[in-house]
Design a protein around this ligand. Structure first.
Ligand code: ADP
Ligand code: MG
Length: 255
């Protein structure tokens, strides 16, 4: 079996010293696929994303997170990024005095060996292509990272980072960001542009409407700290119409 995948295996996690929040999450995102993770508020979606990023306020009590077969549990957040994981919110909200262009060049080089830094021309070409992909103005790259950015600009900047850094797997938690129509468009444009055989994504969303723009290869449903079922893209629409109680009852009935 191919190891080219992001795998969460029987993951149990809790707030350090507190109650269990994740109670055995199993999930696989093969490279080349975009999956959606849906679930009611409080089901543990954001906790899963934060645990994957290496948030130190959570304690893992069982299970594993594997990137292409390699466990990332013992890795610091920056090592996880080097291993190919991208989590938008692991980046600083604001970096005073550092332009987007400089920040991204540093971020790319931090993932490369010292004698293998990206060429200036290659870097700017990549950056300009990404800016164009998001219908953004070229001047944005000289602005300081997130300084005075609106919510929509921050969202665009997150997706710009995704396109330039070209991670193997991206986890995007869109639940709490109150996506307006423009932000929705930005996120979907970015994810769709990043699609390819060497890219996998887990898009976390409470609402089905994002999935009208990013058509997922699979839909996972989380409830009470576990993935209770996995289906095709139609499952997202069914959930929207019938609600989460319906899927919980269906799964509980052993259907
Ligand atoms: P979702 O993103 O699916 O809405 P969360 O992962 O944010 O769910 O939350 C899952 C559960 O864990 C909730 O009951 C929430 O109250 C609890 N939880 C998450 N983080 C913390 C925390 N830092 N301290 C206490 N409880 C938390
Ligand atoms: Mg959440």
């Amino acid at each position: 079996m191919s190891e080219n995948r992001l795998e969460i295996r029987n993951l149990h996690a809790r707030i350090a010293g507190g109650a269990d929040i994740l109670k055995g999450v199993d999930l696989i995102v093969p490279a080349g696929e975009v999956h959606a993770l849906m679930g009611q508020n409080g089901s543990g979606k954001s906790t899963l994303a934060k645990v994957m990023a290496g948030d130190p306020s959570y304690e893992i009590t069982d299970g594993d997170i594997l990137v292409d077969g390699e466990s990332v549990l013992e890795m610091e957040p920056d090592e996880r990024a080097r291993a190919g994981l991208y989590l938008a919110f692991q980046y600083p909200v604001e970096v005073p005095g550092v332009s987007i262009a400089n920040f991204l060049r540093l971020a790319i080089n931090a993932r490369r060996d010292e004698d293998d830094e990206i060429g200036v021309m290659e870097f700017y070409e990549k950056l300009q292509n990404a800016v164009k992909e998001l219908d953004w103005d070229d001047s944005i790259i000289e602005r300081n990272l997130h300084e005075g950015f609106s919510g929509g600009e921050k969202k665009r900047s997150e997706i710009l980072q995704l396109l330039v850094l070209e991670p193997k797997y991206a986890i995007l938690d869109e639940t709490d960001s109150g996506l307006d129509v423009d932000a929705l468009k930005t996120v979907s444009q970015g994810v769709n542009a990043a699609r390819g055989e060497n890219f996998g994504a887990l898009v976390i969303t409470h609402y089905q409407r994002l999935l009208n723009h990013i058509v997922p290869d699979k839909v996972h449903v989380m409830s009470e700290g576990r993935v209770i079922t996995t289906g095709e893209k139609e499952l997202a629409m069914e959930l929207d119409q019938k609600g989460y109680d319906w899927i919980k009852d269906t799964v509980a009935a052993g259907a």
